[in-house]
Ligand binder design. Sequence first.
Ligand code: GDP
Length: 455
Amino acid sequence: MYIRDTIAAVSTPPGNGGIGIIRISGDLAATVGHTVFKPVNDGGLVSHRFYFGTISDTSTGEKIDEAMSVFMRAPRTYTREDVLELHCHGGWLVVERVLALVLSCGVRLAEPGEFTRRAFLNGRIDLVQAEAVMDIIASKSEAALQLAQRQREGILSRRIENVRSCLIRSLALVEAYIDFPDDDLGETDVTSICSSVKEAQDIISDLLLTFEEGRIMRDGISVLIVGKPNAGKSSLLNRLLNENRAIVTHIPGTTRDIIEETISFEGLSIRLLDTAGIRHTDDLVEQEGISRALEKIPLADIVLAVFDTSREFSQEDQLILEALAGCRTIAVLNKTDLLERFILPDEERFVSIIKIAALSGAGIDLLKQTVCRLFLHSAGLDSRESVALSKARHRDALVSAELSLRHFSVGLRDRNLELLALDLRNALQAVGTVTGQTATDEVLDQIFSSFCIGK
Ligand code: GDP
């Protein structure tokens, strides 16, 4: 449901800043501009021009702030409605007062993401692009930002549109035969339907193959550091972070909780989770730390199992290996600056084995590179037209479309036109939820409610 009322919100972050921007979108935007803002060179507000002036409360005559204002006439605006922006001083009180003044002109406070939702509802961008706007704001690494920009430009949307047009073409042909039940499906039309469906399937499966990499680009790699107490987990974390975030001591069992930090390497973000040392203990607090560490194992993209090579392989090391059964694990052989007493059993179960000395930093860059290379198989977004899927919502929709198309291909043998049309419609429905043509209000509510206010 889209009620065409006028909305307003503060578009700059909460708190004090240099500038605070209040954005207004809807039919009342121009009226609000004329009511609250007076340019110094009085001569009216020409669209898409910036003016210097004052914001005043006309009911009391009180001057609230000196400000800049820009009015943008629809449709060349973010929402495709009339938009007004008031740029005042960025103190929270002045921003709140200007917002209150605007709301007193018959304007409603915007919901989170409502400006972008209007841009979507008015056809300026599709749902993939709207979600990409949010990703741009939330990007924590170069890779995440680059991917979000490609999606905002519409590269992913164009692929999805190609799938849709293949399916629409095929559905039109099938439905034509449903309308003329006496005609059998002709061979030329069968060939043409099959080739369109195959084209759609190929685009979908190519996109699905990019999901793992896209997800890593967007969300980063989550890396869990485990090892027995004193193996050097905290020292490794500090090395990776280049600071003394975790407490390093000689007494085993000092890191009692999970420490979480994010670093950026080769344009990717790496989320590091340092855990309590895993060992048998009677200390209740430590036990809690250990059980949290074990819980985190399945959530990690990769586990770094840290071993102290200055000691022999022990019962505790064995315990860790057992806890990690089935996990993608890199064996990190630490303290290689000391006399080596350690033999790693079962070497082939590790995706890689890296020797380091956390104390001096030897081997740390190789370790970081190894982690990144494990996840970025291709050259990432190499060409201007490369793009990847990065959201589970998109992946799930395409998996569901793929399934319907598989039913379609199997059903083609029986030539039951109604069923074939149903499979194509189901596939179209699923694909349409990605770009938004068939997304329900509930889906839209869910997506836009995670946006920030004022976007
Ligand atoms: P954790 O309990 O696994 O977090 O281990 P810590 O990081 O607290 O390290 C335990 C002890 O091993 C500390 O005294 C560290 O200084 C020492 N240590 C860590 N890495 C190295 C290393 O590469 N070489 C040497 N010689 N000592 C290290």
